[in-house]
Every structure is written in C-alpha cells, then in structure tokens.
Design a protein around this ligand. Structure first.
Ligand code: NDP
Ligand code: BG6
Length: 509
C-alpha cells in the first residue's frame, strides 16, 4: 500500500450538497477502512456560521448519507467527528484567507498535519479562480514546508474559452502537478477495469481496432430528472454536464493506445492523443450527427412525472437539452472509419452506463440461412453501473440436426466476487490525491482538447436556433431520431436493462 502523509483536507463549499452527500461520507469510509494517516483533519469552509460542534452535528451526526453506513456505530461517528473542524469564510474577501491561514497554522500545531493540505473546491465554479488566488496570496500554495494540492470540481469551464481561462488562472497560482481536476467517473471501479480488461488480457487487444470492430457505443442513461439542481442544469445541459467530461473520458479509455507504463503521465499522454484525434464537427455535421432532446411530462411506472420545463428553477420556455446522442469518428491509425455512438439522457427508462463493442460479422457466413443472422455480430458489453460486469455475446450451435445457431451470453458480474469491498468513486479519488497520484484525474491539456471537440456543437446550436430540440416523454429512450444515427441494416442502439444480460426496448426494468 502507498504511504499516506499526515495531512488536512480543507473543503470550500462545506455547507453544500456535495460535501454532505459525497465528500464527508467518502472520508468517513476512508476513516473506517483505516486509510487515513495517523494525524488528519477535515476543515470545512463556507460563509454560513457554525461552531466546530454545530458543523459536526450537521455533517457527521445528522448526515443521512453517513448514518446509513453499516460502519456508522456511535463510537465510530464520535471518533470521526473529532477530526472535523469548521471556519466561516467569505472567499470573495481578501482578508478571509489570512484568517484561514491562521486557523490552519493553529490546527497544524494541535494536530501535527505536517503542513500538508488538500484544498477541495466544492463551491459555485465562479469562485474557483478567486479561491486559488486567495490561497496563493496567503502562501497556502507553498510547498517548501509540506505540500499543497488543489482538487477542482466540475464543471471545468463552460466552453473552450472559459476552460482555457480557468486553466491559465489556476496555473498562475499553482503548478500543474498540484492541480487535480476531478471527474468522478474515473473513480468508478468498473471504469478502471476497462483499462485492465484491455491491457491485461491477450485475447482482446489484437482485435481492438478497425479491422475487427464495426462500431462502439457508449450509453449513460439516468432514470432521475434534474432533481434539485434545475438552476445549475438549465444553464448547462447534457452536453456540458455529461458528454464533455464523463462520456469523453470513457471514450478515451476505450480508444487509447497502450501506455508505455501504468503511471499517471503515460496514461494521461495516451488519453490526450485520443482527444486530439476526434474529428471536429462542421456546422452541417452537427445538424446531422448530434441529436438533442428534452423530456416532457409523462406517466412512468404508474406515477405522473413532470416535464423538464416544469421542474423547479427551470425556465418555462427552456431549450436546454436533457438528452444528447451523437456519432463521431476518431481519425487515427487504429480507429479510421469506425463510428463511435454515444448518448446520455435524464428520465430514461432505467439507470445504466455501459460501453458496447460491436465486432464485425464473419466474412463468410457458413451457418447463416437468412440475412438477419448473416449480420449477427459478437458483442462485448462493459457494464459500468448497475449490475457491474462484462458480457460477451457469441454464437452457439442449437443442439439437434443441422447447423442452426443462436446467440448466447457469457457474463461475469462483480457481485459474484463476494467479500470484496468496492469503494465509492469519490473515496478512491480522494485517497489517490492524498497519496499524490493523479492518474485518475484529468490533466489541463486534455480538458481543453475535450472542449475543443465540444465547442463547435455549442456554437452551431447557438448560431442556428432551428436545430431541433426533440421532445421525448419521460421514461422513454429519448427521441426516435437518434436511431437514425446508426446506419446499417438491422442495427440499432443496444437498449440495456438493469440486468446486464437483458436488453430490448420492452424488457423488464
Ligand atoms: P451548493 O450550492 O449546495 O453548495 C455551494 C457551497 O459553496 C455552499 O457550501 C456555500 O456555502 C459555498 N459558497 C458559496 N459562495 C461562497 C463564498 N462566497 N464564500 C465561501 N463559500 C461560498 O452546491 P453543490 O454542493 O451542489 O456543488 C458544489 C460544486 O460541486 C459545484 O461546482 C458543482 O457544480 C459541483 N458538483 C456538484 C455535484 C452534486 O451532486 N452536488 C456533482 C458534481 C459536481 P455558504 O452559502 O454557506 O457560503
Ligand atoms: C454528475 C452530473 O456529474 O454526474 C449529474 O452533474 C449526473 O447531472 C451525475 O446525475 C451522474 O453520476 P452517476 O455516478 O450517478 O452516474
């Protein structure tokens, strides 16, 4: 196990939703798992006024997301709460940072955290630059006497220009090695397993190219709507919220070349090359190859569900997309001519994220007696969530006379590995940052390269208001037009069910 230095985690945005729902529970899990160093502290920072004790009540003792954990015994909660502190700060005020520094110095003496700090930015993104500058001006970026790391939450920019500006501003106060841009998809165990599936098995890599792969699909469907985040979502939309980051990260892991080593820089260099090879869209490509949609009210499993425009904090005439499906190409030696299809949407029939590799059919159809079977392809499904696992579809002989074939499933599911604890994505990522490992964080150059691919789509939508936003009833698979993206006889998206081995539009959810 890697060594974890004594240190403190300073969370900006400490009274917010992310801190309560994800960050504190993840640190608690690390505490219960024995992953925290001997000397450790969490310091919450936001404008709201709490004493240390009041803040501990809020985020530890009364936190529903923490209380439901099996390990949350009263003794464990009490011991954990003693590591948690709070400092009220308005990060827009310059004087606030010297007060914060004073408090951190004092805690450092008390807790011996060795002057090592992670500053986690979980505030509205408009404050990221201000906080980084405030920290630097008060010397909290200094690494002479300990280290200083900055975790930056998504969204990383709103478009290419703002992402470039954010990178530039952060880099004028911290060096790249100090900056950890979080994408929680990379913390998912099954996403990391994609890397292992490809590069630890000799059977897949020889086939992993244009000679054997017909097309690749990535789906990230959510059953929920925008929940309480209508205000944020309405100025973001699915393209910025899911595609620019999470889905393109999945594409990079599927499409990258084998890295020379499994270290952060080698892996991140290869991922960058994928982003740089994405074929840029022209305005007419956008019209043809990018489908956007928005959910409308409907009845889902007997319950009436609001349409997007009826959600709290959403403009009643909003044209923000809650669904995007797109087709694109990666112009490099390995992927020339192989279409990639990716889609994401809220209020889909079920929650599922998966990568589907469709292999080319046989060149000579020895056993196929009709044209449907002749098109039959081997399919490898890498299920990210739920029912995590891997499924391979291949042909078998139907017992009896003749050579009739049928496609069967061979699958492996993670939950078959009993007694293996699968950490939450945030838990894994926070621990990596604590240990100085940036492999699963996005590097500045690749974040910009991903925006470079997305920006023309945003621009095309802005320039041509006539590009349709198709409505789709909540609880369905999105606009039917998305089916037309996949050209080819008898070919369509895989319509996954929550159970890995099942598929089809009408399967049980
Ligand atoms: P919230 O609105 O719930 O929380 C925002 C936090 O920022 C609050 O603690 C607020 O506290 C603090 N804050 C706002 N202004 C200031 C200021 N001037 N000085 C100091 N603190 C300030 O947002 P979320 O927790 O939902 O999101 C936080 C970030 O994480 C956002 O960038 C979001 O995009 C990102 N994110 C959130 C996810 C989620 O599921 N919630 C998922 C992925 C990313 P106070 O008002 O007390 O100052
Ligand atoms: C977040 C998006 O980054 O990812 C949300 O802002 C989305 O809109 C969420 O719901 C999905 O994450 P997961 O882990 O539930 O697939």
């Amino acid at each position: 196990m890697k060594k974890t230095d004594n240190q403190a985690l300073v969370i900006f945005g400490a009274s917010g939703d992310l801190t309560e729902r994800k960050l504190i529970p993840s640190v608690f899990n690390l505490f219960c798992g024995g992953f925290l160093p001997e000397n450790y502290a969490v310091v919450g920072v936001s404008r709201s006024v709490y004493t240390d004790e009041e803040y501990r009540q809020k985020v530890v003792f009364e936190n529903e997301h923490l209380k439901n954990k099996k390990a949350a015994t009263p003794e464990k909660l009490k011991a954990f709460a003693e590591l948690v502190f709070y400092q009220s700060v308005n990060t827009k005020e310059i004087s606030a940072y010297s007060a914060l520094k004073e408090r951190l110095d004092q805690l450092d003496k008390q807790k011996s955290c060795a002057n090592n700090y992670i500053f986690y930015l979980a505030t509205p993104p408009s404050l990221y630059q201000t906080i980084a500058k405030g920290l630097a001006d008060s010397g909290l970026n200094n690494q002479e006497n300990g280290w200083s790391r900055l975790i930056v939450e998504k969204p990383f920019g709103y478009d290419l220009d703002s992402a470039k500006k954010l990178n530039k501003d952060l880099l004028s106060n911290f060096v790249e090695e100090q900056i950890y841009r979080i994408d929680h998809y990379l913390g998912k165990e099954t996403v990391q397993n994609m890397f292992v599936t490809r590069f630890a098995n000799s059977i897949f890599e020889p086939l992993w190219n244009r000679n054997y792969i017909h097309r690749i699909e990535v789906t990230a469907a959510e059953h929920v709507g925008v929940e309480k985040r209508g205000g944020y979502y309405d100025s973001s939309g699915a393209l910025r919220d899911m595609i620019q980051n999470h889905l393109l990260q999945l594409v990079a892991l599927v499409a990258m070349e084998p890295p020379v080593k499994s270290d952060a820089e080698s892996i991140r260099n290869e991922k960058l090359k994928v982003f740089q090879s994405l074929r840029p869209y022209t305005e007419s490509d956008v019209k043809k190859n990018v489908i956007r949609g928005q959910y409308s009210n409907s009845t889902v499993r007997g319950e009436s569900v609001d349409g997007y425009r009826e959600e709290d904090d959403v403009n009643a005439e909003s044209k923000t997309e809650t669904y995007v499906a797109m087709k694109f190409f990666i112009d490099n030696w390995r992927w020339a001519g192989v279409p990639f299809y990716i889609r994401t949407g809220k209020r889909m029939p079920t929650r599922v994220t998966e990568v589907v590799i469709h292999f080319k059919p046989n060149h000579h159809h020895l056993f196929a007696h009709d044209s449907t079977l002749a098109n039959q392809q081997n399919v490898l499904v890498i299920r990210i969530q739920p029912n995590e696992g891997i499924l391979l579809k291949f042909d078998m002989k139907i017992p009896g006379a003749g050579f009739n074939t049928e496609q069967v499933n061979m699958d492996f599911k993670y939950d078959e590995l009993t007694n293996v604890y699968v950490p939450d994505a945030y838990e894994r990522l926070i621990l990596d940052c604590m240990q100085g490992d940036a492999t699963l964080y996005a590097r500045g150059d690749s974040t910009e390269a991903a925006w470079e691919f997305i920006d023309p789509i945003l621009k095309a939508w802005e320039a041509d208001q006539n590009i349709p936003v198709y409505g789709y009833p909540a609880g369905t698979w999105g606009p039917e037009n998305a089916d037309n993206l996949i050209e080819g006889k008898n070919m369509n998206w895989r319509y996954p069910c929550s159970n890995l081995a099942d598929d089809g539009i009408y399967c049980e959810l």
